[in-house]
Design a protein around this ligand. Structure first.
Ligand code: NIG
Ligand code: FE
Length: 391
């Protein structure tokens, strides 16, 4: 049985992220059309040559781009940290210690509460054009609480990440080695069936290079692929470790030596930048320009979490990356779509090409540049996820 086809025509400006299809790295087409067949893109080209379809949607000259791919988020938690944010904006500095507040609230929450929170954030992100979202554990820090976080997350996304090594669980404050044993042993056994990725917060106050290596190696042995919270608050070994272990992504990349930049540029590890974190901790931004000039692949993500970056807005991240991180609007839009797909090693999302998943964001604007040019303005006109009109 054939599926229903939809013709989206009248697209003023189309970002395909397929240089074979249009101009520049974004593969830009003007006066374009796209045909969806069920959950898949079936045709892309000039509107004048578009084939007929069962249904027709007139984009009225607006811009269409791939749905955002948010490759870094922490969405299974309870409570918030308004007071901590308030204190920070009055001069206090951010530290990994605040994570404990959310761990306590998350442990105390029911499954239903955690799931309702997660569903709300996924919906909130979707309304803003995010059609693929990664989700980490890391606010449970017991065998049961980490496994349940991933079980719940797996109902909403295939991009689930085991982050038992977020911080040392409070019960193990005097025995960090014992906690690493738990994370690489019993907790990993319980979590691996629900996770695609393994992550570690490699940072002062969290896990050092040796501990991070132990966590990632154990995950790899269980079939998980590594990604690393690296070089966020201080210089450190996280980026080099990520590259050495073939991680899909090194995330944050705020404090980088020239050697770190060169290592990323010479590797398949994506540098994922999370400007929401620097924004919300009043810290210095990472340099997208430096990484791009060196030849690294750069992704942008929200890092949505209640402590360091409580935003689900990829458009906000694009605007900040352009204003503060030396990226052009084209580079930032690529990083928030195709870059995220690279960071998740996905070829079916982050692009509008024949055979790709039909994940599309129609803007209330004539060009993708407006995402940076009109900061803070809600520009979502329509969103399709796997061919279904969701917004
Ligand atoms: O990516 N860096 C570690 N984890 C989060 C912060 C989590 C929190 O503060 O609750 C981050 O910024
Ligand atoms: Fe994070």
């Amino acid at each position: 049985m054939s599926t229903r086809t939809t013709l989206i025509t009248g697209i003023g400006s189309l970002v395909t992220n397929d240089p074979g299809q249009g101009a520049g790295p974004l593969g830009l087409l003007t006066d374009a059309a796209v045909v969806l067949d069920g959950d898949t893109v079936a045709w892309v080209g000039p509107a004048a040559q578009a084939p007929a379809a069962d249904e027709r949607f007139d984009a009225e000259g607006r811009a269409l781009l791939p749905g955002f791919v948010d490759s870094h988020a922490h969405l299974v938690f309870a409570g918030d940290r308004t007071a901590e944010f308030n204190a920070r904006m009055s001069g206090q500095s951010y530290s990994a210690g605040g994570i404990r507040t959310t761990v306590a609230a998350t442990r105390a929450a029911s499954d239903a509460e955690l799931e309702a929170n997660l569903a709300g954030f996924v919906r909130e992100a979707l309304r803003q054009g995010t059609t693929t979202i990664e989700c980490k554990s890391g606010y449970g820090l017991t065998v049961e609480d980490e496994a349940r976080a991933l079980r719940i997350a797996a109902q909403y996304t295939p991009e689930t990440t085991y982050l038992g090594a977020h911080i040392v669980a409070p019960e193990y404050a005097e025995d960090p080695a014992g906690y690493v044993d738990l994370v690489t042993g019993e907790m990993l056994d319980a979590c691996a069936p629900h996770a695609r990725w393994v992550d570690v917060f490699c940072e002062k106050g969290a896990f050092d290079g040796d501990q991070a290596r132990a966590v990632l190696t154990a995950g790899i042995e269980r079939g998980l692929t590594p990604r690393v919270h690296a070089n966020q608050l201080t210089y450190g070994p996280g980026v080099q470790l990520a590259v050495e272990l073939g991680a899909a992504s090194a995330d944050h990349c705020t404090h980088l030596t020239d050697e770190d930049v060169a290592a990323l540029a010479g590797s398949a590890t994506v540098a994922t930048l999370l400007p929401g974190a620097e924004f919300s901790t009043r810290a210095e931004y990472p340099s997208g320009r430096r990484l791009l000039d060196a030849g690294a692949v750069v992704a942008l993500s929200t890092d949505c979490n209640p402590g360091s970056s409580f935003t689900s807005s990829m458009a906000f991240c694009i605007a900040v990356a352009v204003r503060e991180m030396g990226m052009t609007p084209d580079e930032a839009v690529w990083a928030a779509t195709a870059g995220g797909a690279h960071a998740l090693r996905r070829t079916d999302v982050g692009t509008i090409a024949v055979g790709a998943r039909a994940d599309l964001l129609l803007l209330d604007a004539p060009s993708h540049v407006h995402l940076a040019y009109r900061p803070g303005v809600p520009l979502t006109a329509a969103v399709w996820r796997a061919g279904v009109r969701e917004v």
